[in-house]
Design a protein. Structure first.
Length: 125
């Protein structure tokens, strides 16, 4: 998945979707997008950066939950963000792990059973 597909997936197709799986590329491209947008808008005006961060909170939590699902973990493990340093390191370690086999959360992202955005028929939303 490339940068554009990841942003479209997280902001339009799965805005507040906590089900399914997200590949490493989807998660990290969307993370980069959030970082860039928030930094630019904060440089313009702090309040704009805060509004952008708030607007992207649900998509970020959804992408994080789907990324944890991809390695077979519950999305509730995102609560480890509240544990300074140790929790952050554990979540970072999990976020960089490769996709596992098909699991209870669905098929592996990027396989034929998990179609990409471009695989939709013309006119499909």
């Amino acid at each position: 998945m490339d940068f554009k597909q990841a942003v479209i997936t997280c902001l339009r197709d799965k805005y507040a979707d906590f089900n399914g799986r997200a590949s490493r590329s989807e998660f990290w491209w969307f993370f980069l997008f959030q970082l860039i947008v928030t930094m630019i808008l904060t440089a313009i005006h702090e309040r704009l950066g805060n509004v952008a961060s708030l607007a992207m909170l649900l998509p970020a939590l959804g992408a994080g939950a789907r990324r944890l699902h991809d390695i077979g973990k519950s999305g509730w493990f995102q609560l480890l963000w509240f544990v300074p340093i140790i929790g952050w390191l554990v979540l970072l370690y999990w976020a960089v792990q490769p996709s596992g086999e098909d699991n209870a959360y669905g098929p592996t992202p990027g396989t034929a059973a998990f179609p990409a955005i471009d695989d939709k028929p013309p006119g499909a939303v």
